[in-house]
Each structure stands twice: as C-alpha cells, then as structure tokens.
Write a protein that binds this ligand. Sequence first.
Ligand SMILES: CC(=O)N[C@H]1[C@@H](OP(=O)(O)OP(=O)(O)OC[C@H]2O[C@@H](n3ccc(=O)[nH]c3=O)[C@H](O)[C@@H]2O)O[C@H](CO)[C@@H](O)[C@@H]1O[C@H](C)C(=O)N[C@@H](C)C(=O)N[C@H](CCC(=O)O)C(=O)O
Ligand SMILES: Nc1ncnc2c1ncn2[C@@H]1O[C@H](COP(=O)(O)OP(=O)(O)OP(=O)(O)O)[C@@H](O)[C@H]1O
Ligand SMILES: N[C@H](CCC[C@H](N)C(=O)O)C(=O)O
Ligand SMILES: [Mg+2]
Length: 484
Amino acid sequence: MASLFELVRAVKGAQLLGADVDVAHLCFDSRKAVAGSVFFAIPGTQVDGHQFLPQVYQQGCTAWVVETLPMDIPADVTYVLVPDSNEALALAAGEFYGNPSAKLNLIGITGTNGKTTSVTLLFELFKQLGHRCGLISTVQNKIQDRVIPATHTTPDALALNALLADMLADGCTHVFMEVSSHAVVQKRIHGIVFKGAIFSNITRDHLDFHETFDSYIKAKKGFFDDLPSGSFTLTNVDDKRGMVMLQNTAARKYSYGILNAADFKAKIKANVISGLQVEFDGIEIHAQLIGLFNAYNLLAIYATAILLGEDKNEVLLQLSTLKTAPGRFEQLAGPLNKMAIVDYAHTPDALENVLKTIQAIRAKQQRIITVVGCGGNRDAGKRPIMAELAATLSDVVVLTSDNPRFEDPESILDQMEAGVPSEDRIKVHRISDRREAIFQAIRTIAQPGDIVLVAGKGHETYQDIQGVKSDFDDKQVIAEAYAA
Ligand SMILES: CC(=O)N[C@H]1[C@@H](OP(=O)(O)OP(=O)(O)OC[C@H]2O[C@@H](n3ccc(=O)[nH]c3=O)[C@H](O)[C@@H]2O)O[C@H](CO)[C@@H](O)[C@@H]1O[C@H](C)C(=O)N[C@@H](C)C(=O)N[C@H](CCC(=O)O)C(=O)O
Ligand SMILES: Nc1ncnc2c1ncn2[C@@H]1O[C@H](COP(=O)(O)OP(=O)(O)OP(=O)(O)O)[C@@H](O)[C@H]1O
Ligand SMILES: N[C@H](CCC[C@H](N)C(=O)O)C(=O)O
Ligand SMILES: [Mg+2]
C-alpha cells in the first residue's frame, strides 16, 4: 500500500483534490484495472485514456491521475490533476517500487543501431567479471540467468520500475538497458537514475512516430539532456550527431571513436570472417564479432567498463570471449558450402553495414543473395532505400514480407521495388511469402558456396499479419530449407 499523495509528491504542478487514499496498485490500462488501483489516464497515439475513467470507476478504481478534468466526477473519487500523466506515472512508479534505479549501476544506451548488441555484450562481460547483472533489451530481459520475456525494447514506466526492483531484490549490482526514442518521448524513463548513458549512432528510422529526422534526433538527445551531474555520458564522435547529443547535458562527457580524436580509441587491424583484430589503448585483441560496426560496439563496451572502474587487462581478456547477440550476424552453415546469415538489419544503415561487411569478408567467387522485407505500419520512407541498398550491394535480391501488420504485403513490396535502380531490376525477385522466399533463395538461387543474407527479423519468432502473430523463425526456416 502507498498513499496517493506520497506517490505524486515529486510531480511538479500536481494538484491533489479530495482526501488522500491508500492505493494497492498502479495502472494505466483499463483492461488491467482492479479495485484499489490508482488509474493514470494517458492520452495515447490510438485513444485517450481519459475516456476509460467511467469504466475503471465501475471496476472499483476511485483514485485517478488525470491531465484534464472529466465532466462528471463521482463524489467518492480522489483525483490528482497533473500537467503530464506519463511523467506522473513514471515518478509514481519509481516511488511505488522504492526508486530501485538509484541503487543500481544502471547503464542506458540509445541510438538507431547497436543497442541490443551492446547491452547484451555488456551484460555477458560484467557477468564474466564476477558481477550479478540485469539486462533489459529488445530480445529479452534477464535477471542473471533467468529470462523474462520482453514486449518492448524499453518497457513502460511501471514494468520498468517493477523489473528494476526485482533485479535489486535478486542482488544485481549492474543493469544494462536499451533506451528507445519512443521511451524518451513517452517518458518511460522519466525519473530513472542512470549511472551512465551511451550514444551509438543515429540514422533514419521510426519516422512514422517522430515524423521528422530532427524530432527523432531531439528525442534521443532528450535522454542526455535529463541526466544529472553525477552520471557519465559516452558518445560516438564518428557519428555526425555524436557531440550534438551532449550539448545540454550536465553529466560528465566522454567520447569514443575510430576515425576522430576521442577519449577512447580503437584501431582495426583486421576484419575477417573469423572476427575482428582490434587495438584498444595499445593492446591488440581478437574478437569473435564480425564487421566494422561491431568494432564500435566493442569500443563502447570497453570504455563503459573502464568508466565503471573495471581492470583494463581483465576487460580486454574477457572481450575476446564474447559471442554475437541472438539474431545479430548469426552464421548458419548449410550443405554444399552454402552459408546463411541471419541479421536484424531493419534500417537502411544497418543493411548497408551488414552487406558491406559480407562483401569485405567473402571470398571472390561467393555471391551474395539477400532476402529482405520492410515492416508494415512502420516508417514507409525506408522501404525504397533498403531495396536500393540490397540491389546495389547484392548479386541477387528476394524482396519479401517482414511483419506486414495491417498493411497489404504487395503494396509494401511495390514501395520497396520502386527504389531499385533500373539496371539492377534484373537481380530482383519478389516473393511475399517469407518462407517461400527463404526456400527459393537457399535451394534454387544459391549455388554451392554462396552466401544468403536473411535480413530484418533476427531473433523474432513470429510473423505479424493483420495483428495475428504466427510462429516464424528465420533460423528455423533456414534449417528446414537446408534439410528439404
Ligand atoms: C507507438 C507506441 O509506442 N505505443 C505505445 C503506447 O501506446 P499508445 O500511446 O498507442 O496507447 P493507446 O493505445 O493510444 O492508449 C492510450 C492509453 O489508453 C489506455 N487504454 C487503451 C485501451 C483500453 O481499452 N483501455 C485503456 O485504458 C492505454 O493503456 C494507454 O494508457 O503505450 C503503450 C503502453 O505503454 C505501449 O504498449 C505502446 O506500444 C505499442 C504496442 C508499440 O508497438 N510500440 C512500439 C512502436 C515501440 O514502443 N517501440 C519502441 C522502439 C522499438 C525499437 O526500435 O527497438 C520500444 O521501446 O519497443
Ligand atoms: N554499432 C552499429 N552501427 C550500425 N549498425 C549496427 C551496429 N550494431 C549493429 N548494427 C546492425 O544493426 C542491426 C540491429 O542491431 P541491434 O539489434 O544491436 O540494434 P538496436 O539498436 O537494438 O535495434 P532496435 O532499435 O531495433 O532495438 C544489427 O543486426 C546489425 O545489422
Ligand atoms: N523494434 C522495431 C523493429 C522492427 C523490426 C522489423 N522486423 C519490423 O517488424 O518492422 C520496430 O518495431 O519498429
Ligand atoms: Mg534493440
């Protein structure tokens, strides 16, 4: 139980009307409201949560947090009027769970690409260094070795604080989490105390939500703007917006880079099929991860570990043992020397990086066959760009579906195909059924020794068609194609 007044005391401009009450739960979804909950009415992207107030009242919720006053307020309701109910929810959730973030070494990473890879590697590294750790990521959440399924890259404020409290209760000292741009805008991380914040890179994505690239940049920058002076920031100075991110932060500023002057530098000695040979602070290591972009991920991880006070030699020793995150550049060898690579590249930048990496490490005679699609009800602007990149950087392309959601798969493919340069049309096939596309690519199009990149879904285990998620796992389908 907690007093409503106590829960919202940190919310600027909150006006409590009515007698203070004890609440047993916090909730922002009428479908989960139970008697004794305080209900936060949130204006969303689909509906306005305020419209569910009469319903939650019927369900026994007589404590409300609202941004606007409803017409009729029953006499037994206590309500708090706030300027921003997302912000109020986040602060109340922190208070309800005892502000666990402040008692953990919590590291957050934002950026278009590399978040899951980096937090997963940090989590594994710190476990190997002897710490008890938590992980919050797109693929999964983990408390040491216990898996808690993830529904979002960054959970909502309530789920996030509950998870951090569980991690703390379990004895975790270090937690590594992804911070999505949606989470910053929707204040899912408001009030969370980060010890460190990392910026990986920014390129186009999510413009369905943010509308312009500038507002997407501002959303990511908001993460750093809100950090207190006791935290540290670590930014990629080789990214054009790396320094912009830190312009208004009160936190200590550190940088990493391969091309430009930085506090933490790496030198690439070799980038081959078996991994990377990289030099950090004058010491060369072999890493099992492949591709230049992973050198950036490794450098950010190395720098974070040093900033958290870990021993340099011990960190470098462990870095070389780390393996790729699920669905990130996973290689699956097949019969006739065919090789499939499953990668979560679902943005133009990621696809370009992955294809350039494959070009750099392949043997001359190996052709690249790319199977790729673009998600429905997501940034449509990336569709022609991704198809163009696939066509120009591969020998053969199979355009296919990737979670069409509520859109017509053929219309998504039309938009992708429009980006293919006319001279590359000849290379491009179009098979909207993803299973069929993978089978064709592996069994019919690939010749012995060829490489098939299956991009966009990585670790995902479903295909979302019209809101129905059916089992679909690229790795599983590849294995079936190999065995057929
Ligand atoms: C666009 C977006 O981020 N939407 C998130 C947002 O929902 P919303 O604003 O659309 O909410 P809404 O449906 O309009 O409802 C408004 C309010 O009414 C409430 N409601 C609604 C219906 C009802 O019957 N009763 C009720 O009380 C809702 O609980 C909510 O409080 O808040 C919800 C609750 O926290 C999230 O589940 C939802 O994620 C949706 C499912 C989603 O697909 N989000 C994706 C885009 C997302 O968040 N992605 C990022 C980045 C991914 C990455 O690149 O890695 C992530 O962090 O996962
Ligand atoms: N540092 C990086 N720079 C550019 N591309 C990268 C980097 N790291 C990984 N990638 C590419 O981006 C894809 C997505 O990587 P990852 O899942 O780590 O990113 P993410 O930021 O978590 O993405 P999401 O926003 O979907 O959660 C990878 O499969 C790979 O193709
Ligand atoms: N978290 C991102 C990932 C997209 C991955 C791709 N497979 C898709 O479904 O579009 C999103 O929801 O936009
Ligand atoms: Mg992620």
